[in-house]
Design a protein around this ligand. Structure first.
Ligand code: 9G3
Length: 567
């Protein structure tokens, strides 16, 4: 493509409201432009990269025997009313009415649509398993769209859905797609981890997120420094034996702690450490209140609490609420003598000896507190967030944290949607059974941004060869110079005939502008036609290493072929 004919509006300045590097560069290099908050146009270069990511996704999905289809973005409300999600989703689900005043949702995801399609078209176990996928624009009215394509309100997703007559069949397809996902992200050049995740509102049990390691990631991953264990911090189980110091248990004593509110204040005032303290927090779990105890140096993991109590909603009670229920301020809460609510505790609490906890009386705490002797706990469980340095749950190495960008998420859904929407099949005995389902998503436009986040330097993007908009950037220093422009045009033609993807900078621009734009766009290889055009010599430069060679035009094809092989 000749640059004089396309649209690549590069910017000199970094756009003010772009906080992260990928967002800045995708704007500066003219890949995307914002239309409204969280809503973007993909300009020609951005569109070409999107296309390349999509074709990698298609190859891997087709390779896993998934079949592509395309569902509507406009989804009638009745389907979401059948699954119940019409009522459980709030403003994030974009809704509209048609000319006859009928209600629709703009597709945020397609479980309802695909389940209604399959229940109408598939009746027999002989037609299962069936894995269908689409690559399509999704709409989610995010409260705080940010970081460009990383969290938008309109984005491109590959979403797949599988239907089975047995759990084994689901497990098999899940594992096949797990491998396909790993291939997709490897082929995009990404440094990623598949992590154990929480299925959230989707229900079902096994689920994994594919996380690209990046400081701008919103998720925290806990992974082992010496095995391939990795989990979203929400889900990382804590597997460790807490040793209880073998010391005499002293007499329980109530002490005045004037204005000590936080665990740290109380601990230093009483000359103990947070590990010796028991933190008590009141949570509202669906419609009831639960007191949760953790050791002073730990934090309550609300996802683990929600999963333990099989609740659909868990949130920390506010200060006022807490005062009403336990008639004492949050800073003095403790488990001793509490009858109004059930008490659950993280396992580490059991190892606190002669500890400290709130006395449920303002400005008072207990010292020499010992679990079981001084207070009852309904249930001990793993309820805390894992910490860096904790032993890895698989017993190999210790836990390290990293930030991650979620680019993929695979779920074993079970029958949550097929039961809600009567998607059943007749099994070999002619008995009607609900289909067992899986669902699998890749954020295609988010993957593009994750690549930009992972591959850039101070001069601009450094696109991996696999998904760069073009393979070669052909630059003529001076198109007014007859020798240069004729050699450049000759090479443009020859490279194109040899099926190289070439962006030809044929503009009447100063060399400095051309080189700055070329570094910004970051195509893998740059071919410069300059003064030595008279000798048929061009300069070839590899973007990510800076390596540069001069070659005669007769060796050019061979040189770039070899270079691309090693990129
Ligand atoms: C909504 C809105 C936002 C949502 C959802 C529904 C996330 C929603 C989870 C999924 C599950 C899987 C198929 C591809 C893989 C992920 N945010 N999820 O269901 F209405 Cl507004 O999308 N869906």
């Amino acid at each position: 493509m000749k640059q004089s004919l396309t649209l690549i509006p590069t910017l000199r300045e970094i756009p003010a409201d772009a906080e992260v590097r990928s967002h800045q560069l995708l704007l500066k290099a003219g890949f995307i432009r914002q239309n409204a908050s969280g809503i973007y146009s993909f300009l020609p270069l951005g569109k070409r990269v999107l296309q390349k990511v999509e074709s990698i996704v298609r190859e891997e999905m087709d390779g896993a025997d998934a079949v592509e289809l395309l569902m509507p973005a406009l989804q009638q409300a009745e389907l979401w009313q059948e699954s119940g999600r019409w009522y459980s989703y709030g403003p994030e689900l974009m809704r509209l009415r048609d000319r006859n005043d009928r209600e629709f949702a703009l597709g945020a995801t397609h479980e309802e649509v695909i389940t209604s399609l399959v229940r109408d078209e598939v009746k027999s176990y002989k037609k299962l398993p069936l894995t269908l996928y689409q690559i399509q624009t999704k709409f989610r009215d995010e409260k705080r769209p940010r970081f460009g394509l990383l969290r938008g309100r309109e984005f491109v997703m590959k979403d797949a859905y599988s239907f089975h007559s047995s759990q084994e069949s689901l497990d098999e397809v899940y594992n096949k797609l797990f491998v396909a996902y790993s291939n997709v992200f490897s082929r995009c050049g990404l440094n990623f981890r598949a992590v154990i995740a929480d299925s959230g509102a989707m229900g079902g049990k096994d689920t994994h997120e594919f996380m690209v390691l990046s400081d701008v990631g919103e998720d925290t991953i806990a992974y082992s420094d010496s095995s391939n264990f990795a989990a979203n911090i929400e889900m990382a189980p804590v597997v460790m034996d807490y040793t209880r110091k073998d010391v005499p248990l002293y007499e329980l004593e109530k002490v005045k702690t004037e204005n000590q509110k936080t665990i740290e204040d109380v601990a230093s005032f009483l000359n103990v450490t947070p590990e010796d303290c028991i933190k008590t927090l009141l949570f509202k779990v669906d419609e009831q209140y639960v007191a949760v105890l953790v050791r002073g140096d730990h934090e309550v993991n609300d996802i683990k609490l929600k999963n333990l109590l099989e609740a659909s909603n868990v949130e920390l009670a506010g200060a006022e609420e807490t005062k009403e229920v336990l008639s004492c301020p949050v800073g003095s809460l403790g488990p001793i003598g509490v009858k109004e609510v059930q008490i659950v505790a993280d396992r580490a609490v059991k190892s606190v000896v002669n500890g400290v906890c709130g006395a449920n009386e303002e400005h008072f705490h207990f010292i020499n507190v010992n679990a079981d002797r001084d207070f009852e706990v309904n249930q001990y469980a793993d309820l805390r967030f894992i910490k860096e340095g904790d032993p890895s749950p698989d017993g190999q190495g210790t836990i390290v944290f990293a930030k991650g960008i979620e680019v993929g998420h695979v779920f074993k859904l079970g029958t949550r949607y097929s039961e809600a929407m009567n998607a059943s099949y007749l099994d070999e005995n002619g008995k009607s059974q609900p289909m067992i389902m899986g669902c699998y998503g890749i954020g295609v436009s988010r993957t593009l941004a994750a690549v930009a986040e992972q591959f850039n330097d101070e001069n601009g993007l450094v696109s991996p060869a696999n998904i760069a908009p073009y393979q070669l950037h052909l630059i003529a220093i001076n198109m007014k110079d007859e020798m240069q422009s004729s050699l450049a045009n000759e090479l443009y033609k020859e490279l194109g005939q040899n099926r190289f993807e070439v962006l030809f900078d044929d503009r009447q621009e100063r060399p400095g502008v051309k080189f700055a734009d070329s570094d910004l766009i970051g195509l893998p290889i740059r071919i410069t036609v300059g003064k030595k055009a008279t000798e048929g010599i061009v300069e070839v430069k590899i973007r990510n290493t800076g390596e540069m060679v001069e070659v005669h035009k007769d060796e050019l094809l061979e040189t770039v072929t070899e270079m691309l092989k090693n990129l």
